[in-house]
Design a binder for this molecule. Structure first.
Ligand SMILES: Cc1cc2nc3c(=O)[nH]c(=O)nc-3n(C[C@H](O)[C@H](O)[C@H](O)COP(=O)(O)OP(=O)(O)OC[C@H]3O[C@@H](n4cnc5c(N)ncnc54)[C@H](O)[C@@H]3O)c2cc1C
Length: 427
């Protein structure tokens, strides 16, 4: 094969979606994946309108919808008493942002990108574990542990949470949240209870939460159970084990209890993120996806941010390509780095705060519940900054929402009590 324009290290959702974005604009792309085969482990993934808009641009949205489920609503309930806290009307959300909210098996999404990459002529190589990077004025290289040197104008490192390339930029480590996720998929007919698959449901509870939604046209139920591990907090190595799962969810409502037997108990995911960094580009080498900005999953934006990264970079390359087809790489990478780190920093930090809010206990749990119940159904203040189109320039990045202090729930509760008393007096 001739020298590619771009070498992408890592064939996860970030690497493959970026390979597709770049090959669609006529670049020669090679993807290097360390595994024997391209694939994804895990279960479902949620794709908000800021992602389905990009799938639509790539011509993949209809197929993604066919492989997944387009739910009608997203409901948040209290994990202890099972009561409704707040909800999003996802059909209204689709009207507002122009694209649907979609849930899909991650292997189906990954497979969709893989097929599209093959069709687009991306060169896909497996068993290529990259251990070293180098560059000079005119090219960059990624070298595998077997000693093969892959050369291109630009190397993009999409090598995930434990990125080798990230070490070129910062000497940091993944940050443990002490939370662990169990996942499980089960055919809906074997779920042992009626489940309404028109809803994406999250039950939030003290130091735990439980999510379920449908996959594969509604034939499959996806469940995620997440909890804080006491063993992790105690500094023990062996943390997140199934006995901790059972203890963490012991006080939860029937709907959650009925889901727990269907979790896979032989594999679990410890939840890490990293502190945000603002430098992702060094000459002809750049970070992308979890390698640049691994989040905790509470905003369901990790894979989406990776897909946005590739889309934004491709848009800048298109914009900065000269008449003879030569790319202004320095300009395109600088434009990418001018806009993406700040967006992803906001998401990574908001995801941490969102997780804290979900997992509150005691008085703070009650305050949170009062505030969530008071939210107007059509209030999109908390989604506007994230579900619109990915910004191409810093000035297009939408303003963040104003956080609501938990203590304001006390005033709200007083007002509600007074209003109820007045109603009773008048009645
Ligand atoms: C429980 C859970 C739920 C989640 N839910 C959502 C959700 O609903 N929506 C959402 O958008 N995100 C979600 N995420 C986050 C999302 O899964 C990740 O952010 C996303 O998959 C990151 O993609 P990536 O391609 O950047 O990295 P990865 O998926 O980690 O891919 C990296 C790839 O690089 C390869 N690789 C690594 N090192 C090398 C090397 N040295 N050489 C060659 N290849 C290498 C790996 O084998 C892998 O294939 C969730 C995460 C978790 C844990």
């Amino acid at each position: 094969m001739s020298t590619p324009d771009v070498v992408i290290v890592g064939g996860g959702i970030g690497g493959l979606s970026t390979a597709l974005a770049l090959s669609r604009i006529g670049l020669k792309v090679r993807v290097l994946e360390q595994a024997k085969e391209f694939g994804e482990v895990g279960a479902g993934i949620q794709l908000a309108p800021n992602c389905t808009r990009i799938l639509d641009d790539y011509g993949l949205l209809e197929e993604a919808k066919a492989r997944g489920v387009v739910p009608d609503s997203m409901v948040m309930r209290d994990a202890i008493d099972g009561s409704d806290l707040t909800s999003l009307d996802l059909r209204d959300l689709e009207r507002k942002y122009g694209f649907p909210y979609l849930v899909i098996h991650r292997s189906d999404l990954h497979g969709l990108f893989l097929e599209a990459c093959r069709d687009a002529g991306v060169e896909l190589r497996t068993e290529q574990r990259v251990t070293a990077y180098a560059q000079d004025a005119g090219r960059a290289t990624a070298t595998t542990e077997a000693g093969t040197v892959h050369e291109a104008a630009v190397v993009l490192a999409a090598d995930g949470l434990h990125s080798v390339a990230r070490k070129l930029f910062v000497d940091d480590q993944p940050v443990s949240s002490a939370y662990v996720a169990y996942r499980g998929t089960v055919p809906v007919v074997q779920a042992g209870r009626p489940v309404d698959l028109s809803e994406v449901v999250v039950y939030v509870g003290p130091r735990c939460h439980f999510v379920h939604y449908g996959l594969r046209g509604g034939g499959l139920l996806n469940q995620v159970a997440v909890f804080e591990s006491p063993k992790a907090l105690a500094g023990l190595e062996d943390w997140g084990t199934p006995d901790e799962l059972d203890t963490a969810f012991a006080g939860t409502c029937d709907a959650v209890q009925q889901g727990l037997p269907h979790m896979w108990r032989d594999k679990w995911w410890r939840m890490y993120d990293r502190d945000p960094i603002t430098t992702w580009v060094d000459g002809r080498i750049a970070l992308l996806g979890d390698a640049a900005h691994p989040p905790l999953q509470y905003m369901a934006q990790g894979a989406i941010m990776a897909i946005e990264d590739g889309w934004v970079l491709a848009e800048h390359i298109k914009r900065l390509r000269r008449g003879d087809g030569a790319v202004d790489w320095a300009g395109a990478l600088a434009a990418y780095e001018a806009v993406r780190p700040e967006h992803c920093r906001r998401v990574v930090l908001t995801a941490r705060a969102w997780g804290e809010l979900w997992h509150l206990d005691g008085v703070e749990r009650e305050q949170r519940n009062i505030l969530l119940r008071a939210r107007e159904a059509g209030d999109y203040a908390f989604t506007d900054w994230i579900y619109g189109p990915a910004a191409l320039f810093p000035e297009d990045e939408p303003a963040m929402f104003e956080p609501i202090p938990l203590q304001s729930a006390d005033r709200l509760a007083q007002r509600l009590r007074r209003a109820n008393a007045e109603d009773e007096d008048q009645g």
